[in-house]
Design a protein around this ligand. Structure first.
Ligand code: FAD
Ligand code: SF4
Length: 514
């Protein structure tokens, strides 16, 4: 062979131009790596899904006539580092050229760019051909340390790719339909929630291997995986979403329920794993959704398709830009000086806060929670309680099926913890129990009273919210989007203020027991 090409676990893109041509002189290597399985404590279902998807991809490439070397943990563990493994393979195949697709993660990009393969081996980097915004355009859109609104970026992307546009104007004359969307899920809707399409891919072999190699994991183990392991399944999931969920996507994207059937998935697409492993591309996801919207009698309204396109064309591409413009410093940001430890119930779901228990339980069981559970329940709690961002990040990066640093970090440290000091959000996503009560049916079944603020049974989010705002008054008071809140506080009787802060103090001291 002449060339060795590395395919990482999140580069399972069968449409990549590498595969346009069969060439016996090219050997592809896909490897289960100890380092990748342990840089954070991953959900066991996430490790199984990635390994199984990698093995499926290797089989698919072989069937298509490519030469593939697949290394399980049993084989790769003989090499102390990725560099040594790659060198050994280059020697084994006698190649003089090594190629890789540019990783999406800063850490891995550093590792690959700093490889010392020796003078006899030429090294080349190529694009992963996945994202919509070309790599070279990231610096035009994002600057280190600078705030960039998602909305402005999103409009740029709508124009740049002519999606939902009438010439230079947005379809329907408006860019944003959030006002129509984001409703609470009424009980009348329960009967219409589609039963989620899940797979039952066998993963017992991977589970056994992960255990045998003593890789520490979190979450509920399972012999089968519900996630798509190959492109065909990913496309089925996408079709299922377009047919059964898209028409209600925007309307109920922020709702949460402890009572609705299939409350863990509702109208969400659950395609983040398929997208982030690159089995499918953002372009084809948008095209499929647009085709559904445009079909006669689709029942999909503009507000719903816009809400969905905003996530893929807007948010997903946006957080990638923020990540690359701000790494590596972003991973250390802690603008609010949060220091507290993450309570143990993040690993057990054993808390009396019903909203938290529901979000954590389902994360442990499915390696999945939808956006508002991540942002406004667990994320909001960590923000209000002042949990150290490093610990918050490690939890999110480990537990979710779709968690890869380029997308996890800006969402967690930036959007949800405001640790970047406002590069992403113009104000922190901090909310009291009232917000959770408005968007869910959790509070009625909770040990705590959402309407109480200072009593012994008061919802912890309520006093912690005020404590957070007062703790950071200097940071936020001048922010025009928050100023009002301080005026409300100042109007409150002093005794009331003192009681609120006292209850918050109690909550913080007893954080582990909430
Ligand atoms: P849907 O609700 O159906 O949305 C469709 C798609 O839009 C998603 O698959 C995703 O690709 C994209 N999308 C939506 N919102 C975002 C966003 N804020 N950032 C990037 N893409 C978005 N997403 C990840 O893919 N990986 C992560 O590690 C991750 N960590 C998060 C951590 C926190 C604290 C928060 C608040 C959000 C995080 N998100 C992450 C974003 C979002 O919650 C998930 O993309 C979404 O819940 C995945 O489920 P879904 O496929 O059913 O999404
Ligand atoms: Fe969550 Fe508070 Fe509602 Fe309980 S009362 S479910 S803790 S918001």
């Amino acid at each position: 062979a002449d060339t060795l090409r590395l395919i990482l676990g999140d580069q399972l893109n069968p449409k990549h131009s590498w595969f346009n041509r069969k060439d016996p002189r090219v050997v592809y290597v896909i490897a289960e790596l100890h380092e990748e399985a342990t840089y954070v404590r991953h959900h066991v279902q996430k490790l199984c899904a990635f390994f199984a998807a990698m093995a499926d991809f290797a089989a698919h490439l072989r069937e298509a006539g490519h030469r593939v070397e697949y290394l399980t943990l049993d084989e790769s563990c003989k090499h102390p580092s990725l560099e040594k493994l790659l060198k050994a393979l280059c020697k084994q195949y006698g190649v003089d050229r090594f190629e890789y697709q540019r990783p999406d993660e800063y850490r891995l990009l550093q590792v690959l760019r700093e490889l010392k393969m020796g003078s006899s081996i030429e090294v080349a980097e190529t694009d992963s051909e996945h994202f919509l915004l070309p790599w070279d355009e990231i610096p035009e859109q994002f600057s280190r340390g600078k705030h960039r609104t998602m909305e402005a970026f999103y409009r740029h992307m709508r124009r740049r790719f002519q999606i939902l546009m009438d010439g230079d104007e947005p379809s329907g004359g408006r860019w944003n339909f959030d006002a129509e969307n984001r409703n609470k899920l009424p009980p009348e809707q329960f009967a219409h929630i589609p039963e989620p399409l899940v797979f039952a891919n066998p993963v017992a072999d991977y589970l056994e291997r992960i255990e045998r190699h003593k890789i520490a994991t979190i979450g509920t183990p399972s012999d089968t995986s519900i996630w798509p392991h190959e492109r065909r399944q990913a496309l089925r999931l996408l079709r299922f979403f377009c047919q059964h969920c898209l028409a209600f996507f925007g309307q109920f994207q922020d709702s949460m329920s402890g009572k609705a059937p299939h409350a863990w998935s509702l109208y969400h697409s659950r395609i983040s794993f398929a997208l982030n492993s690159k089995m499918i591309s953002p372009g084809e996801v948008i095209d499929a959704a647009l085709a559904t919207y445009e079909a006669p009698d689709s029942g999909v309204e503009l507000a719903q398709i816009e809400g969905f396109v905003r996530q893929i064309l807007g948010w997903r591409e946006y957080v990638r830009g923020i990540y690359w413009a701000n790494m590596p410093g972003y991973a250390r940001a802690n603008s609010l000086g949060a220091r507290r430890a993450l309570p143990d119930y993040f690993w057990s779901a054993e808390t009396r806060m019903h909203c938290m228990a529901a979000a954590i339980r389902q994360s442990l069981d499915y390696a999945y929670a939808h956006h508002i559970q991540r942002l406004m329940v667990t994320g909001n709690f960590c923000l209000l309680a002042g949990i150290e961002p490093k610990q918050v990040d490690a939890w999110y990066l480990g537990i979710y099926i779709d968690a890869i640093e380029w997308v996890e970090l800006p969402n967690t440290r930036g959007m949800s913890q405001f640790a970047d000091g406002g590069i992403i959000a113009t104000k922190p996503y901090a909310a009291s129990g009232q917000y959770i009560d408005r968007m869910s049916d959790y509070c009625g079944d909770c040990h705590y009273q959402v309407k109480h603020r200072t009593e012994d049974d008061a919802c912890p989010f309520n006093s912690l919210y005020w404590d957070f705002m007062i703790r950071h008054r200097e940071n936020f008071e001048k922010n025009p989007r928050i100023g009002m809140i301080y005026r409300n506080w100042d109007k409150m009787e002093e005794d009331r203020q003192a009681d609120l802060l006292k209850r918050a103090q109690w909550c913080k001291r007893n954080l582990k027991k909430l």
